[in-house]
Design a protein around this ligand. Sequence first.
Ligand SMILES: [Zn+2]
Length: 488
Amino acid sequence: MPSRKIKRAQKSIPRATKLSARERWLAVLAKFTLNMEAPASKRYWAPDFECASHDRIGDIQNEKLAAMIPYLYEHSPFYRAKFKAARLRPKDIASADDLAKFPVTTKDEMARDVTAHRPWGTYTPIDDRRWRGHGWMVFSTSGTTATPRSFRYTSFDRELWARTSARALYAMGVRAGDSALTCTNYNPHVFFWSLHHALNLMNVTVIPGGVPTERRIQMIDLYRPTLLVATPSYSLHLANSMRQAGFDPVASSIAKVICGGEPASGVSSTRARIEQAWNAELHDVYGCTEAIPAGWAFTCREGLARDPVSTHVQEDLQIWELVDPDTFEPVAPGGRGLTVVTNLNSEGSPQLRFLVGDFATFDYGKCVCGRTFARAIGGFNGRADDMLNIRGLKLFPSVVEEIVRGFDHFGNEFQIVLETEGVMDSFTIVVELRDAADESLQARLSAELEAAVIRQCELRPRVSVVAPGTLPPTEFKARRVIDRRRAL
Ligand SMILES: [Zn+2]
């Protein structure tokens, strides 16, 4: 097993006084990662953490935080400048209770940093020397016009990533002997790579699906994988393509569809479509490129049977907070706010109060699965960045998705098209029929969709119903919003 680095780092703990900030940080990480190479029981991969009391989780968070802050301060000019601007010293953040003193870290701040310090920025504590000796993989945000925000993760991170993602997969019911078709094109997307290494660790065989859809259909037929790893949009496209090719996804070997990259289980009509299309359980993970590895929030098997679905955050690895969207002040317990994460589980990217920016509500009660990690009730259904402002009203594309996919007559693809008409926004929803339909049915569906959107979103859309196959199929992540509005 590739645990040499973790064991070596742990051995150095007794000599803690002689260690550098980096060595001390890695030793603490290693201490909490040992004995996580295999499941501890039939039900839990690492029950010492997954089912720990809130007090114990708090102690782990504080011990990690106390080692992480000096490391980050010493090695990241970006964070050092943030400390100085806030007139704080590293010792002022001694525990999770002190975190609110530190201003949240935004994507805009990072974007400015990377523009000034191409190509890596200074928001991670990895320098060129460390990277040359210990580099594993680069992940980045998509950036076609601006400089992408890039993240260098180390080989140490890869090991942490495999173990802690395995915990999440195990909670979904994934076991040795399963096999997974991973639908990805060798892209720098954290979702697939974290799962890939976890599946390796779990003795789950991986069928690399970096091939066209037709080959993926053939692979399902030939190799009979039990797990499908894909974005939710692509999992629906693949099921459709399978039917068109004369195969029945319902009768296929797929028993679980594991999604990431887009909201899935929290959008109930999308969840129903995926589960019905494959006759399989839908699970999903949630995280971000900035604060990985392995902070994936995940759905547990037992919790899936509850309504609404809930998503566990791995609290011994990350501290999750919810803040007010306007003031960034912490919301009261049980309140709704934007997600902020402090990543306690990474050499390459231990971010401090990073504003991920999804709206969520946390429940800190014990889950039916026995895990004590907090849960986002209803899952994570949209980043504040994706929120649209139409005629002064706020709208999440996932709300439109929920409504559209509640109509059996509509296919999986849809678009929201925004344009400027005079001084007003025009708001059009383009939906595709699943099968050809006569004009009177089209008119009825159009009126029903319009009424449903007005009822739930308080916005009147124009509805355009188009023939099957008109909209481009989603090959990876869906592009749902076409915003052609001009600034007035
Ligand atoms: Zn649970």
